[in-house]
Design a protein around this ligand. Structure first.
Ligand SMILES: *Cc1c(COP(=O)(O)O)cnc(C)c1O
Length: 407
């Protein structure tokens, strides 16, 4: 069995030798000639019922070879039979809800999760009954019509870890979906712990360069068929150019995650001693309640803490806003998992769409910033963060109440 560093580079390249190429070809055809109608009909039938491939792709909404290669690469990394790629992480989540017949049913969700996912589930537009519960409540809240259990670990934006084995044990025969975007397949493989589906916003670490929007679901082949069928029916496709960029990004995934993580470990330690910071949320910290889930020991679920952290600033919103304004090297922007470092304000941006009481209950405060650490030199990152945070405490001292977050 090849190691993940090797798979990162080589997975999804199986047909290169027979094609006589060294880099992935990009197939932009929207349609494919059907000279043999009997064979074409068979291919059509196979693809509309969710087959992974057919002799003739027929039409690009049914199949695309460039996208299929990227899916094979991600499945190899996640250790799943299949991977189905969509136009975004949100398209992937929506397709899963449709494919599981979640509309009109009950869905259990453990908060916190990505802001837009929370919004999609809570706002009611889909016509499903989403109930937000703690892990300990799953077994008692499960109903006959519960179609899916959704968790995210590490969770966005507070890096809270959810014990995947505990959720699977409480789920009974209800399928569990884990959003593993923050961990990547380099650090965590939820299916090995009993999850039925793994979702990645491939926009983040998998693409890794801030230039692709994509989402994937990894699962067993039998579960992938209805997802592919849903993708063909609703058209929530990943474009082949985006798939190409995504596969290109995968080659350096292991390297990028290792470097970003080692930077993050050093930054989290320095932040914990910084006078502007009231609290650092980082999965690797011993004081983090779920620290036992990180490491190489039995019972761990994540091989390392990853490259994201959140920090609560002294001085609340005005300090957080001042830090966003003061960074020079780090980009003040939403998204994460890019080669460059990004800092953002969850309660004002990504998690603004989440119910206000739920935000407060899960520590998504006006003084919270989330940092996605990139692969730059750690000392350059620290120099920028340090000067921005010193300006932030200064600003909070001068104007503790002047700046309030818009309602
Ligand atoms: C970004 C993100 C999503 C949504 O993905 P898109 O590609 O933006 O649609 C879902 N889950 C998590 C954890 C994310 O960070």
């Amino acid at each position: 069995m090849r190691r993940i560093e090797t798979l990162s580079v080589h997975a999804g390249r199986d047909d290169f030798a027979s094609l006589g190429v060294h880099a992935a070809p990009i197939d932009l055809s929207t349609t494919y000639p059907v000279h043999d109608l009997i064979a074409g009909t068979a291919s059509f039938d196979a693809l509309v019922s969710g087959a992974a491939s057919a002799a003739n792709p027929i039409y690009a909404r049914l199949h695309n070879p460039t996208v299929a290669r990227t899916e094979q690469a991600i499945a190899a990394l996640e250790g799943s039979e299949s991977c189905v790629a969509f136009g975004s992480g949100m398209a992937a989540l929506s397709a899963l809800l449709l494919a599981r017949r979640a509309i009109g049913s009950h869905v259990l969700v453990v908060r916190p999760i990505y802001g837009s996912a929370d919004h999609l589930l809570a706002c009611g537009t889909l016509g499903l009954d989403a109930e937000f519960v703690a892990v300990g409540e799953i077994a008692s809240k499960r109903r006959a019509d519960t179609s899916l259990i959704i968790i995210e670990t590490p969770a966005n934006p507070t890096l809270k870890l959810v014990d995947i084995r505990a959720v699977v044990a409480a789920a009974g025969d209800v399928p569990v979906m884990v959003d593993s975007t923050f961990a990547t397949p380099i650090l965590q493989n939820p299916m090995a712990l009993g999850a039925r589906y793994v979702l990645h916003s491939a926009t983040k670490f998998l693409g890794g360069h801030g230039d692709v929007i994509a989402g994937v679901i990894c699962c067993a082949d039998a579960d992938a068929m209805p997802l592919r069928q849903m993708r063909a029916l609703t058209g929530a496709l990943l474009h082949p150019l985006a798939a190409y960029l995504l596969q290109r990004g995968l080659a350096t995934l292991a390297l990028r995650v290792e470097r970003a993580q080692s930077n993050a470990i050093q930054i989290a330690e320095r932040l914990a001693g910084h006078r502007s910071i009231a609290k650092v949320y980082f999965p690797g910290f011993a004081e983090c309640a779920e620290a036992h889930l990180v490491g190489s020991h039995a019972g761990a679920q994540m091989r390392g803490p990853g490259a994201l952290m959140a920090m609560e600033l002294h001085g609340g919103f005005s300090a957080a806003a001042a830090a966003m304004a003061a960074v020079k090297l780090i980009t003040p922007a939403v998204s994460l998992g890019s080669v460059d470092s990004l800092i953002q304000h969850p309660s004002g941006l990504t998690h603004r769409v989440v119910d206000e009481q739920a935000r407060a209950a899960h520590g998504i405060t006006p003084g919270l910033l989330r940092l996605s650490v990139g692969i730059e030199h750690v000392d350059d990152l620290w120099a920028d963060l340090d000067q921005a945070l010193l300006k932030a405490v200064g600003a909070a001292r001068v104007a503790p109440t002047r700046a309030a977050m818009p309602a």
